[in-house]
Design a protein around this ligand. Structure first.
Ligand code: FAD
Ligand code: FES
Length: 255
């Protein structure tokens, strides 16, 4: 099946001034996406901006694909202008996916990283200890939806407007300190900004934890051709769009 397809906009719901939920109906058969995979999306046939942008699959139901996105620059702004019936160019599903959890797991989301992890939470309901942090209450998008399908949730904001005031990695550290060592093998899945993931690498260092992180590097082609998304790992340079976006945190060399 071709990964290149056109899709019709079903709706493009504004959740607040920063976030939108885009629901698309592909116009041809598509491969079924797995949690952690992503799509390159471009609004219409316009060449401004020229490049498609990467977005994690947020939800997949029957013949519909949903994406949760934060408006940042030109690409996401043009996505935000899509109306019901508009046609969009897409490529996907791309990249690898989160390894399937067998039993309980930890999901660590920073900001819009929740877009990638919610698909995993939905596939394994009430199995996740959710750690979700953001700058403030407004940035904790889809909080109630995420909590509703998690076993237990821990929330932080930088300004204390929701949950505990502080960093989500500190909350995770406290959780680890409260657990008997036998509980450590719970696998951990994380998606969020690089500083959070770098901090996470310190939290899990020396612990016997399987920890998978989904990286949100800048991308150009999205299909492995341009080397625009390479990262350093213990086994050389890897393309986030092709060998990732999900990596074992212990293989990444943080710079
Ligand atoms: C695999 C993958 C999955 C992603 N999934 C989602 C998702 O589900 N929802 C979502 O909202 N975003 C997601 N992103 C990030 C999204 O691709 C960028 O926000 C988007 O490309 C910005 O495009 P733009 O033209 O609007 O902004 P630009 O004009 O390109 O950039 C505007 C500002 O945003 C910053 N920025 C751009 N790209 C990124 C990035 N990848 N990470 C951090 N900062 C960035 C730029 O440095 C600049 O400051 C994902 C990225 C990757 C690689
Ligand atoms: S974005 Fe081109 S190789 Fe990854």
């Amino acid at each position: 099946m071709s990964k290149y397809f056109k899709a019709k906009t079903v709706d493009n719901i504004s959740l607040n001034k920063h976030f939108r939920l885009l629901n698309l109906s592909p116009l041809s058969d598509i491969d079924i996406p797995q949690p952690g995979q992503f799509y390159m999306l471009q609004a219409g046939d316009t060449y401004d901006p020229l490049l498609k942008r990467p977005f994690s699959i947020f939800r997949h139901e029957d013949n519909s694909l949903s994406f949760l996105y934060r408006i940042r620059g030109k690409g996401t702004l043009s996505l935000s202008h899509l109306k019901s019936g508009d046609i969009i160019n897409a490529i996907g599903p791309l990249g690898n996916s989160y390894p399937e959890p067998h039993g309980d797991f930890i999901a660590l989301a920073g900001g819009i990283g929740i877009a990638s992890l919610l698909h995993l939470l939905a596939g394994f309901k009430n199995k996740a200890y959710l750690f979700y942090g953001a700058r403030n209450k407004e940035e904790l998008v889809m909080l109630n939806e995420a909590k509703a399908i998690s076993k237990e949730s821990f929330i932080t904001t930088d300004d204390g407007s929701e949950g505990e005031k502080g960093l989500i990695t500190d909350s995770l550290m406290k959780f680890f300190n409260s657990l008997p060592i036998t509980h450590y093998p719970l696998p951990l899945y994380a998606c969020g900004p690089t500083p959070m993931l770098r901090e996470l690498s310190k939290v899990v260092a020396g612990k016997d934890i399987k920890c998978y992180v989904s990286l949100e590097e800048h991308m150009a082609c999205g299909v492995g051709a341009c080397l625009g998304c390479v990262i350093k790992t213990v086994s050389g340079y890897k393309r986030v769009c092709k060998e990732g976006p999900v990596f074992d945190i212990k293989y990444i060399i943080w710079e």
